[in-house]
Design a protein around this ligand. Sequence first.
Ligand code: FAD
Length: 405
Amino acid sequence: MRIAVIGAGASGLFVAGLLAQEHEVVVFDKNEKVGKKLYITGKGRCNITNLTETEEFLKNVVRGEKFLRSSLSAFSSYDCVDFFEGLGLKTKVERGNRVFPQSDKSSDVIKVLKERHCKNVEFLLDNEVFSVEKQEESLQENSKFVVKSRLGQFEFDKVIVATGGVSYKATGSDGSGYKIAKKFGHFVEPLVPALCALKISDWFVGLLQGVSLKNVELKVDSDGKKKGFFGEMLFTDEGISGPIVLTASSFINRAQNVEVAIDFKPALSNEQLDLRLLRDFEENRNKEIKSVVRGLLPKAVAEVFVKVVGLDENQKVNSITKQERLNIVNNLKNFKLSYGGLYDINSAIITSGGVSLKEINPKTFESKLQSGLYFVGEVLDVDALTGGFNLQIAWATAFSCARNI
Ligand SMILES: Cc1cc2nc3c(=O)[nH]c(=O)nc-3n(C[C@H](O)[C@H](O)[C@H](O)COP(=O)(O)OP(=O)(O)OC[C@H]3O[C@@H](n4cnc5c(N)ncnc54)[C@H](O)[C@@H]3O)c2cc1C
């Protein structure tokens, strides 16, 4: 059988190598090199997967949890590690079960995929695919697919679309897979950024650029649904980013009304924090309020904080009223930020939305609307949190697709 794979990213390379053991496989990519996005994953180290049981894994899937259960069971993160080790790539497990190549080089992941796993695959690189059509008007079952590309048109028995999302377009994933899907009648769920920074419109954001906060809780309310994310974040030129912000973005990216606040002291209740302040005030009665707040927050944040709560930074601690103290406590626990939307989808780590899962068989990844046409990886309406989960989805969907064929 002759099979076309459109896209030489994570899912495309994986499915192509598996199928080439028995079939004639041709991979198309618009880039002159394979795995351009893979190269930048994990800050150039490639967090290949997350070594965890399927049930635990699924808790980190934001969209497509039910749909992915079968493929993630068929090819688990343990299978993924075995696969790469089998190709001769040594791996290591880091904090949070994140798996990386021992060399810390994403280029090594690409190398074993291309040179060892895909050794029987034909690559047509620097060759953008413009369209995929069924050969005959009648769309007969056994009629061929015609793939029209920059280097010409080619015939295939089956076509696998592995074109990725629309984030980081410079890596090649510019959304052309959605056009192919639509041409065959598929519905594409609206595309929104996920795992991205949030814009904040408060006057102080620029002043705090580069400041990072550890052990804080980011509290979000999206259309009335409240969630808290504990960990590390940082201020950017226009807003906030960092691990907990990226995670939060994946849960609020479809909401109409979003409220965001920081709890600077999540380990303390309001009462405990008030007692701590009373003690600090007692010990520093004749000092300025800014020096007490500096004991609780990073310097740059403390300076902004004092202004936001409406105090004069030189005000003496002994002149602070009870109401002012309680206001400080409330703001330390619930420091409101003015949400200004998500950063652009091009800067998002992942695209949320894509080819509707209702029209795809979750065991084979074949289109329910057109036999012989398959969709794998990020082009589907699936997304997960950071930690190697998204690449595992690419491997697992590709595996089930290949196994079925
Ligand atoms: C900065 C960054 C860091 C990341 N780090 C991690 C990480 O460490 N771990 C993790 O699990 N996930 C990570 N991800 C997410 C992960 O990279 C993606 O989920 C994954 O690459 C998706 O694989 P894919 O095969 O579906 O698509 P892609 O890897 O995007 O591949 C799609 C390919 O299709 C090609 N293509 C598209 N349209 C056409 C066309 N018309 N003709 C020919 N070729 C075409 C593109 O050139 C591209 O090569 C990261 C993402 C980014 C942006």
